[in-house]
Design a protein around this ligand. Structure first.
Ligand SMILES: C[S@@+](CC[C@H](N)C(=O)[O-])C[C@H]1O[C@@H](n2cnc3c(N)ncnc32)[C@H](O)[C@@H]1O
Length: 677
């Protein structure tokens, strides 16, 4: 198994960002230019390289532009894309990306959720005879105050522009709520002259809306980096009506359908005013040269139609030779993924886009071997299609569940390609076969986002626990509790006077605000207690404004004993037997899953009859170096009703080795157990 050492890392560096092109210019409260960003090192966390290709340096010309710090395979990053893009810029990817597709949060006012369910057929995971779904795990919050959202997108667009090659193109997928603003941002970042298309993708046939027209389409805005973007013209099949009415003639001998194409020029063409076999040229002239006319004649494709002075020439065009209709900006032939079914396009991710949509974009604006980037990768559609179409790819997501879903999906795609006998030859292949550019990928983390995610989840749970009404638009307060405003103090430190001074400043800036404030915290410093007492002493009586109350989540008499996280646990045995490594998972339990199920179902405690229902995937590294997990075996059942096996036999490496087994549960929590054998 390949053991790729972490290479693409550097100490923090400052990356310069070119100014936006500038006109027209959108403005918003708190608009800040982005002239430079700090790039952090990336931490290499996982390698998927079933054929061992990362061991050998690639000699193909196309890999010569690949920054030497990265393994020559797909790259999947877990982190905030601002930092990931800065990292890529600082590490050799400036101007190297041929195509960018992004499908950022839509500012739609909805919380997207990932539906997580137990594995196994109904009956394996049973609650009094019923199958059940785990509590919905918040994937990411799509709620933004307008100005924050614009600043967020502005910064990402400026960084993405730096990564694009001169001939590169960016596709930004958005809906009707914000498309006009995003177009203005793109104009500002890329320049109005680099606007290429506004594609309308009809994602559904109908949409019920009592008060307005149902919105059935998304908008995809397309901009180029430079004046000469790479572009492949695409064709779509002709409609039945066109086939029947346009190709209405049929050759008696062969039965082939054809139409009679026009040979008259749409514009006056004095140089093409020639007579042909006694037929006078039309007033506007012919649209082709005399030689071309001769060639058509010899091929038997020229037809004389009409009589007398109305006689003219037409060209025979066969239906079976037609490439179809040139693709326009109206895309109504790719349907949205519907429902929560099973199969390759099963949407375990709510905003997952259809592969057909990405196929079209990737084929139009890149060639095999090119580099495609999506820094809002979600469930991995862009990377999966790029992999299938022989492109190189880079993906990124801030959400761990999304990064894991993408990783799993790419493993499956690559395994299928290997099973089909694919060779890595940069998308060339033979005949109809398009070989992949790579059969491996590595996973990286820029900064440690697990903590941030855990923090967000903890905040959500705490708010639920206390009954806080969340407010998504206030830049400072997180919600309300009764008549009070609520501020959640970050859980990575106890409430301190610094937090309280912050609160004071905020209240000073809101002279009209008379509500009291509830601070929710985990731990409280002595000095903070005194501060609060002093503050409230000055605010006594019925009409006192801005009193401060504190809920300390561990000790509060009403809300205490809140945070108990019991990590998932596994019991397993690993041994050498007859030259093989035998891994046996005997048991696994995730107290969080059990707890969530219990919360959801009330008094009845759930009975999970097979531990495997709680397990999403198992991965094994047979020579674990303590840092980077190299996947020697992965067990990720494709269908939700299938369970992991739990017992594995693998080739045993020679000599003493450390075997690591990574078990990921249905909420994305990982347990890694290591064994020296
Ligand atoms: C609409 S979804 C993308 C869906 C994707 N096109 C697909 O087919 O699955 C947007 C994704 O952007 C991610 N995201 C939001 N903010 C991000 C950030 N700052 N950095 C990286 N990813 C982010 C979310 O976690 C989410 O997975």
């Amino acid at each position: 198994m390949a053991t790729t050492k972490p290479r693409a890392s550097s100490t923090p560096a400052t990356v310069k960002v070119t100014a936006a092109k500038g006109r027209p210019m959108l403005t918003w409260v708190g608009k800040r230019p982005l002239t430079q960003v700090t790039a952090f090192p990336a931490q290499h966390v996982e390698t998927f390289d079933p054929t061992g290709e990362l061991e050998k340096p690639r000699t193909e010309e196309v890999w010569s532009d690949w920054p030497p710090g990265y393994p020559q395979g797909g790259l999947l990053f877990h982190g905030d894309n601002k930092e990931v893009l800065a990292h890529l810029l600082a590490n050799g990817f400036r101007g190297k990306v041929n195509l960018i597709y992004i499908d950022p949060p839509f500012d739609s006012g909805a919380d997207y959720v990932r539906r997580v369910s137990l594995r196994g057929a109904t009956g394996t995971a049973k609650l009094d005879g019923e199958g059940y779904t785990l509590g919905e795990q918040i994937q990411y919050t799509d709620i933004w105050a307008n100005d924050n959202y614009l600043q967020f997108m502005y910064e990402r667009l400026l960084l993405l522009k730096e990564l694009l090659a001169e001939t590169g193109t960016i596709y930004l997928h958005c809906d009707s709520n914000r498309n006009y603003l995003l177009r203005a941002l793109l104009d500002e970042a890329f320049g109005t002259t680099n606007f290429l298309s506004e594609i309308a993708w009809r994602r559904s046939d109908s949409h019920n809306d009592a008060r307005r027209f149902g919105v059935v389409h998304d908008t995809i805005l397309v901009y180029s980096k430079g004046d000469n973007p790479a572009f492949n013209r695409l064709f779509v099949p002709l409609s039945k009506k066109t086939r029947e009415t346009w190709y209405r003639h049929r050759e008696p001998q062969s039965g082939r359908r054809y139409n009679l194409g026009n040979l008259v020029s749409p514009h006056p063409r004095p140089n093409l005013m020639y007579e042909w076999n006694g037929i006078q040229p039309p007033a506007m002239g012919w649209r082709i040269s005399k030689q071309r006319m001769e060639a058509l004649d010899q091929a038997g494709l020229l037809m004389v139609v009409g009589k007398g002075s109305n006689q003219t020439l037409k060209v025979k065009q066969y239906l079976d030779e037609s490439k179809g209709r040139l693709l326009t900006t109206w895309w109504d032939d790719i349907s949205q993924i519907r429902g929560y079914g099973t199969g390759a396009e099963a949407p375990d991710f709510p905003t997952r886009k259809p592969e057909g949509l990405l196929r079209r974009i990737i084929e139009a604006s890149s060639d095999p071997g090119d580099t495609v980037l999506d820094c809002f990768i979600g469930s991995g559609t862009t990377a999966a299609v790029a992999q299938k179409l022989g492109r190189r790819w880079i993906g990124c997501d801030i959400n761990k569940g999304a990064a894991q879903t993408t990783g799993k999906r790419l493993q499956q795609v690559i395994e299928e390609q290997i099973a089909a006998g694919a060779q890595t030859s940069l998308g060339t292949g033979e005949g109809d076969r398009l070989d992949p550019s790579q059969l491996s990928f590595t996973t990286w983390r820029v900064n440690d986002y697990d903590l941030a995610i855990q923090h967000n989840e903890a905040v959500n749970l705490a708010c639920e626990h206390i009954g806080v009404q969340r407010m998504r638009t206030d830049p400072y307060f997180d919600g309300t509790l009764g008549a009070n405003l609520v501020k959640i103090v970050p859980f990575d430190h106890p409430l301190s006077p610094v937090d309280l001074e912050d609160l004071k400043r905020e209240l000073d800036s809101r002279p009209e605000e008379d509500r009291s404030v509830t601070l929710v915290c985990l731990g409280i410093e002595m000095a903070a207690r005194t501060w609060v007492e002093d503050w409230n002493r000055l605010r006594r009586g019925k009409n006192a404004v801005n009193r401060v109350e504190v809920i300390e989540l561990r000790s509060d008499p009403k809300y205490g004993k809140f945070l108990r996280h019991e990590p998932a646990r596994a019991r397993l045995a690993v041994a050498r037997r007859d030259g093989k490594l035998v891994v046996d998972i005997e048991d696994f339990v995730s107290p969080t899953i059990v707890e969530r199920l219990a919360q959801q179902t009330g008094v009845v405690r759930p009975k999970i009859e097979d531990w495997r229902a709680m397990v999403d995937s198992v991965m094994i590294d047979t020579s674990y170096d303590g840092q980077v997990f190299n996947v020697a075996l992965s067990d990720v059942p494709e269908r939700k009703q299938d369970l992991v096996s739990g017992r594995y036999e693998l080739p045993a490496p020679r000599g003493k080795t450390t075997v690591a087994v990574k078990i990921t549960d249905m909420l994305g929590e990982e347990v890694i157990e290591t064994f020296g054998v």
